[in-house]
Design a protein around this ligand. Sequence first.
Ligand SMILES: [Zn+2]
Length: 488
Amino acid sequence: MADETSDGTAVSRRNYLKAGAATLSGIVFASGNAAADQHTADGGSGEDRLLITDGTVVTVDPQHGVLDDADILVEDGEIAALGTNLDAGGADVIDASGSVVVPGFVNSHLHTWEAGVRGVAGDWSFLEYLEKMLGEISANYRPRDAYLGNLFGAVQQLNAGTTTVLDWFHIANTPGHTDRAIEGLEDAGIRAVFAHGPPGDDSATWWDNSDVTHPDDIQRLARTTFPSDDGLLTLAMGIRGPDYSTDEVVAQDIETARELGIPASMHIGSLGGGGVRTLDELGLLGDDLNYVHANRLSDAEHALIGESGGSVSTTPEVELQMGMGMPVFGKAIDNGAVPTIGVDVVSNVSDDMFTQARMALQVQRGLDNQDTVEAGQQIQTVSRPARRVLEASTIDGARALGLEDRIGSITPGKRADITVIDGGDLNTAPVHDPVETVVFQSGIENVDTVIVDGEIRKRNGLVYNQTAQEHLDRLVASGRRMLRESDI
Ligand SMILES: [Zn+2]
């Protein structure tokens, strides 16, 4: 079904991509500015003011809670006011009546570049993944492929209601790869923490008890590409950590991150435990460290993460598939860590936060119920409210990335990163409990509007990104070439 936009460009409302034809169809991109689809409250230009009206607003801010029929006023990219019947003459208006409005999701762990090889690794074990993806395919990425992967990976995150990603970039094969990947994020218009990682050209050097410290290019990035920490893109360091590098390298890498004043994220505990104990013995624990997966860590190690103020990224679907162990969403909460949710790799699994959050919560409930089930008894109450995983997908993700003062909740003074979910669709209506609607009932198909830093990235179910529209066939060609040239 094609609609006509105001500038006559044919677009489709369907949320999937088609490429390879002379003209694109089925893609949710449209030419022009999303604002062209809006009307203004009093006919004014309203360029810098946006009013989202009459929504059921789940603020994820304890001070404001859930507000019915509420308005959100956005000025210069900032949430200026929250209330009812706000006076905003001249503002562009988004009618959110019948919709649930939430903070944009924060995906705390994504290897965005793998969008080019989407859906090839769903039957791979972790060892197969290490051999084929990090030992083979990643070496075949050229800078242009890194650009395309990051552009499309990030645009699809926006399409799915995610406004911030931590992009864990481990194909820093050359500075050109890194620069192009960052350009892809910029062109997508997403908020991102770019976690610069190691090259992907030689897994034996970088991932097998590596004695090589983090590439010096991180210094260039900190100095020239990310000179400030208040832009849409900020810098972090994707370190190998104790599971993949020597103690000396771990200490040096964390010291580098701390000298630069940026967070460090590491995969840990998916092959075995002991890594956090090592960090403790080396005196390196801190609230600037993000632990990805953490499945096989001991209870004592989870306690150490919590005591030190660290955050845990649970990516349940890939962890269950690859044999890393059971997701630790509940363990992170119970030990006082900052619990967050991530997607990890779209080469394997679904890329939306709805799926990952739902899976994290329900698997955890299964784990919580297990003793009662094994005793042949019935549970009396369900563990972990839905609200908790929505917090993990928004404000806790922001906290883990050091962005909680800017995003993660719908709070006046924060940047306007907002997702509007249609509550009038077949699978969402009627909305009785908006949190349950979001956590259990909604999917990508219900994401109506996405706003990042006050800019509309998706409106009426359409993603607005001309660059992506022009490059879709190149993404497909890029992915096919890499698989053709990889020995997998
Ligand atoms: Zn990962």
